[in-house]
Design a protein around this ligand. Sequence first.
Ligand code: GDP
Length: 527
Amino acid sequence: MSQINPQWEKEIAKRRTFAIISHPDAGKTTMTEKLLYYGGAIREAGMVKGRKNSKHATSDWMEIEKKRGISVTSSAMDFEYKGHHINILDTPGHQDFSEDTYRTLTAADAAVMIIDVAKGVEAQTIKLFKVCRMRGIPIFTFVNKLDRHGKDPFELLEEIERVLGIRSYPMNWPIGMGSYFSGVYDRMKSRVELYQTGTQHEEISFFPVEGAEDPLIGDRVGQELWQQLQDEVSLLDVAGDDYDEELIAKGELTPVFFGSAINNFGVQTFLDNFLQMAPPPSPKKSNAGMIDPYSNAFSGFIFKIQANMNPAHRDRIAFLRICSGKFERGMSVKHVRLGKDIKLAQPVQFMAQDREIVDESFAGDVIGLFDPGIFQIGDTLCVGQAFEYEEMPHFSPEFFSKVMVKDAMKHKQFQKGIMQLTEEGTVQLFRTHPMEELILGVVGVLQFEVLEYRLKAEYGVDIMLTRMPYQIARWLEGDKAAIDALKNKIVTDRYGRPVMLFESEYQLRVAMDKHSSIKFHESSLGL
Ligand code: GDP
């Protein structure tokens, strides 16, 4: 490989690409907004929130989403901060939660997990966390809403470990909570960051101390809270986990920060620490071995396809994570699956609602490509020797419906529409055998409605959906004869892989006990 241009190397090394994972209402939007604010990418609060009611990207089927007050655009936001180029990947969290959200995590090099101090670890956080865990990316935790009364911090850490199976290292520790919230003690830098109600914490107000025992703390926050802090910090020092960069890098230990996003408290400290600890773009697996991000040759993969972002054009946008080298507008790349060269003429980046044409980008960045119908999730684009990145995983849907066309005369359009729309990746398609019935699986039920609407609007096809009682899908691997013996009970995914559907965890456990020669995978990763 030829020597990389040192300027590119610098550009790539300063990139930090991450996704924020949380349960709805934990504060993801608020946090994103504050981060963008620090990066100077927005000038006022409310700009990110505005996306939830965006008038911009309206089309009829998005109208469904709009009515429910859900964000419609979903993409990447980027900004420069203290010598870093930051890409935040948006992970839709409300009713529009879909498999896309999981897949977006495959394009992230790190994850930020936001937990509401009062609610602890919630359902959607668990699901998203599992995907991050599977990929072994580092996970940083921000415990939010310390200005409200919530769970005891020790109880929260215990919950994180018990429910998520990850150990934690509190980087700072709260001094009081709710109406007594006075600030945080920074264990790493031995300083106290003071919380003052009513301020927006434009400037961080902290003072250095000599450990938690420093009487200065008592002078500022009162004797009682100081005593409590000393007790808790000494307990942490004795009984807590040690700081271990290697475990953090592997996603086995999560650094934990406490703060209040809405009050802008602890956010900048979090960001500064995060940038120190989070990894730059790392090598990615392909069928030609690991691909070095610093390689001279451009490459990337499509991780998300979004339809109709601009209703006037009825176009699709394919989101590409650049994994190596440099992208330049107008460059010619190999579309490996199609075995064709294509020209990337009008790539875009997204900032809140606005599209902006990009001229150059580097490994770590995400760009949107106008898609005339040539891209599929998981497609690799590269320059030079052709190779393909690992296949994009599918994850277990939670809702299933049988789908049929109402008018048998429209069978052809129906097949075409179903194939094309499920290619976008928010709805999975399964086939029963020997009846060849079609079953759709989704992570969020809204996707059924969206699909129904789009089949009508874009293909002129009316469908009938019949909900099925399944809740879980498992990809089967192992003894072929044993899998074949289950024939009537299994369906196949769009690639013909055997999948079994279950109505409950109990059913799944029974099947696992009964068929010990078969592996039941939660996702199709690596199959
Ligand atoms: P998302 O659904 O995760 O994007 O959550 P949002 O950022 O929209 O926040 C949900 C609600 O929690 C909103 O009403 C926010 O104003 C509120 N919120 C966010 N951060 C804080 C915080 O630090 N303290 C308090 N008290 N409320 C917060």
